[in-house]
Design a binder for this molecule. Structure first.
Ligand code: NCD
Length: 368
């Protein structure tokens, strides 16, 4: 069965295939208008969303399918204390495919273990957001004509910005990629992204503190919002919230074919004066989101055999090495294990010699 939990669940060839399908949908929408007739997409959003939820729903409607779901946890039985697994078992009775967003990291892994229909991670806490990355890759390939040989500036909240984590993972498989990480010291990329992806794959990157020093060399400038909802200390958010604002003067030294991106929503990070600059790609980016999600729904439904009963099918996220089950316990307050008592705590070694392992849900590191 197919799920999309982490962008690395898809091979580079599969991503190429999705981009090709999305481009074909853009050219020939009529060809796909009935492709999902009789199928139902459930959108389970335990956290706010405008673009991701609505583009998923528009995608399914444009494929001739139907949608159901909820847009806030408070209107579902989660508010009564229901577990993620039980919510998923319920929705398995009414839908063919699920897109879910949850504030806790690793929640879609728990969902996939309880589901016999595909689970798409539409954002889990500050961890991953693979369908935003597919959107970003489609946008970049359409604007730049390539996904290799790019210098990519990532700016803003690189610690909690899940879109950034998935984007770095995706680009780690293309050649000629350089990253310029632009953030305050407090919001730099998590250590697991540095060690497990950037360092392990030998990807060149540098960390800088201002847009000005980075901008001349960039092919892509990917702005992000400071993620207020992930801060443990509201005062820290207030101090950091206006760290970066992209305005027209800062673009003076940028390349003429720079691609300015943002997953949106923006709070203050991009002046509205930039919107009319031909280098602003963020509104096109949100349109790309619908087409790539259409391609993804088609692919996952086509790959899922009809199962009439039996939940608990193994998911792709289980195909890993040696696991430590309930031997090491995760203490990340943003991990799904922090709110669901029934879930096993699962850690995997990343460096067995030195006793380094990571939580299978949220990637928090422990030394044992
Ligand atoms: C992003 C998200 O939810 O992570 N938005 C989106 O999906 N388009 C970025 C954000 O909320 O800042």
């Amino acid at each position: 069965m197919s799920n999309l939990i982490d962008i690395l669940d898809l091979s580079v060839e599969e991503i190429d295939g999705l981009i090709a399908t999305a481009n074909d949908i853009i050219e020939n929408p009529g060809k796909y208008a009935k492709a999902c007739e009789g199928k139902i997409l459930a959108t389970l959003f335990f956290e706010p969303s405008t673009r991701t939820r609505l583009s998923f729903e528009a995608a399914m409607l444009n494929l001739g399918g139907s949608v159901l779901g909820f847009s806030e946890a408070g209107s579902s039985s989660t508010a009564k204390g229901e577990s993620v697994a039980d919510t998923i078992r319920t929705v398995n009775c009414y839908a063919d495919i699920i897109a879910m967003r949850h504030p806790k990291e690793g929640a879609p892994i728990v969902a996939a273990k309880a589901s016999r229909i595909p689970i798409i991670n539409a954002g889990d806490g500050g961890h991953f957001h693979p369908t935003q990355t597919l959107t970003d890759l489609l946008t970049i390939s359409r604007h730049k004509g390539r996904l290799n040989n790019l210098t990519i500036g990532l700016c803003g909240d690189l610690k909690f910005g899940r879109t950034v984590h998935s984007l770095i993972a995706a680009f780690s498989r293309y050649s000629g990629i350089k990253f310029v990480l632009i953030s305050p010291e407090e919001l730099c990329v998590p250590e697991y992204v540095k060690t497990e992806t950037l360092d392990k794959k030998g990807i060149p990157y540098k960390e800088v503190r201002t847009i000005e020093e980075a901008i001349p060399e960039l092919d892509i400038l990917y702005m992000t919002r400071i993620q207020r909802e992930r801060f443990a200390d509201p005062a820290e958010y207030e101090r950091l919230k206006n760290s970066f604002v992209l305005d027209l003067p800062k673009l003076e030294h940028a390349k003429s074919d720079l691609c300015i991106m943002h997953p949106l929503p923006r709070v203050n990070e991009i002046s509205t004066k930039v919107d009319n600059d031909p280098r602003a790609c963020y509104f096109d980016q949100m349109l790309c989101g619908k087409f790539i999600r259409m391609a993804l729904i088609l692919k996952l439904l086509a790959e899922t055999p009809m199962l009439l009963s039996a939940s608990g099918a193994e998911c792709s996220c289980n195909e890993h090495g040696e696991e430590l089950v309930n031997k090491v316990f995760c203490d990340n307050p943003r991990c799904i294990t922090s709110i669901e008592q029934e879930i096993d705590h699962v850690f995997r070694y990343t460096d067995k010699e030195n006793g380094i392992c990571r939580c299978a849900y949220c990637e928090a590191q422990k030394k044992i």
